[in-house]
Design a protein around this ligand. Structure first.
Ligand SMILES: NC(=O)c1ccc[n+]([C@@H]2O[C@H](COP(=O)([O-])OP(=O)(O)OC[C@H]3O[C@@H](n4cnc5c(N)ncnc54)[C@H](OP(=O)(O)O)[C@@H]3O)[C@@H](O)[C@H]2O)c1
Length: 334
């Protein structure tokens, strides 16, 4: 039996393009002792992958040239040479952009227990996106009922969950998204109280109108010009969750921006960086909570599914073109 994999063939400058990857096919050999073989059903496409292949390492070592592209995935155990996993179990973990993955048990993040829900959600609202939204908002944002929570990439996988969780927690949710269609989706599908198209004119004025009492919590997924417009709107005691920097395609040369210290001082505000993988101990409880909200119809999601491993090489560039409508996934098996 053969398996295809997407391999990193050159290091991108800025956002990875299709030509940075190649699809390679190989015979599936004998499963090594101490490993499980997972038949991937869905592969994840996350903005963070840009950082995982950049030549400057970020919070993880860069993927090596010639290696299978690192990614989260969900699939079925097809063979097992460890006692912990049995064939037929649905698991999610670090299985990479490939059809079959032979991995050690340490690469499995969790068994998918929410069998009443589509298991693609293990890569979205019940996976990295939902857990990032919940843990980042609760732990660093510390929202209180009645406060205004402002979210960038508000229609996206993480952002759409942040806005809805803010509403569940009794806050007022304001979204920032690219284009009038995404802004409408924020209001109509995800229940934001207000949503701003950052590509339209007058972002600063639109923020002032949408957040008349200031911004208590800013869940920042973009940095850049969007955030520059938000800092002056922080309320006294504001909290900024630095979750993503989607507006930058490269850190070379290092981008300059306005000084923030005066805003933080005058508003007695704080900004804190956040990486969800530091909160592995919160994963199970977070997924259980998110799943209950999905079942109760309180937490909606949208998926942007591309078909076949051939869709992988251009999938990441597409995220940075803003073409995804929700969690971007690659479907491998139907
Ligand atoms: N810290 C962590 O642990 C952690 C974990 C997961 C994700 N994240 C971060 O969370 C953010 C959202 O991730 P996601 O998976 O939910 O992706 P997503 O929001 O579904 O997709 C990425 C979005 O980024 C926006 N974007 C692209 N280029 C932009 C630009 N130049 N300026 C402003 N926005 C731009 C686009 O939305 P628009 O069309 O609205 O511009 C695009 O749809 C990313 O920054 C990601 O790195 C962080």
């Amino acid at each position: 039996m053969k398996s295809r994999a997407v391999v990193l063939v050159s290091r991108p400058h800025g956002v990875a393009q299709a030509e940075n990857f190649a699809i390679r096919e190989a015979e599936l050999g004998v499963l090594p002792e101490g490993h499980v073989r997972v038949r991937n059903a869905f592969l994840s496409v996350d903005p963070a992958m840009r950082g995982w292949i950049a030549d400057r390492g970020n919070y993880s070592a860069p993927v090596e040239i010639g290696s299978v592209m690192r990614s989260l995935a969900v699939g079925e155990v097809s063979e097992s040479k460890v006692p912990e996993f049995r064939p037929g179990e649905i698991v999610t973990g670090w299985f990479g952009w490939q059809e079959f993955a032979d991995v050690a048990p340490s690469s499995v993040v969790r068994r998918v227990k929410e069998t009443d829900l589509p298991y693609s959600l293990a890569l979205g609202v019940l996976g990295i996106n939902g857990v990032t939204a919940l843990v980042g908002l609760e732990t660093i944002g510390e929202p209180r009922p009645g406060e205004t929570v402002l979210v960038s990439t508000a229609a996206g996988a993480v952002g759409s969950a942040v806005g809805q969780i803010a509403k569940i927690l009794g806050c007022r949710a304001v979204g920032i998204a690219g284009g009038s269609e995404k802004a409408r989706t924020c209001r109509e599908l995800f229940g934001y109280d207000a949503a701003i198209d950052y590509r339209g004119p007058g972002l600063a004025e639109a923020l002032a109108a949408a957040c008349p009492d200031g911004v208590n919590v800013y869940f920042d997924n973009t940095s850049g010009a969007i955030s520059d417009a938000v800092w002056p709107r922080l309320a006294v005691g504001g909290r900024v969750v630095i979750c993503g920097t989607a507006s930058f395609s490269s850190w070379d040369p290092w981008p300059n921006g306005p000084r923030l210290e005066r805003h933080l001082l005058v508003k007695r505000a704080r900004a804190q960086g956040f990486v969800v993988f530091d909160y592995a101990d919160r994963w199970e409880a977070s997924v259980a909570k998110l799943a209950d909200w999905v079942r109760a119809g309180k937490l909606r999601y949208s998926e942007d599914v591309l078909d076949g491993i051939e869709a992988c090489p251009d999938a990441l560039a597409g995220l940075y073109r803003g073409e995804n409508r929700g969690t971007r996934l690659i479907r491998i098996t139907k």
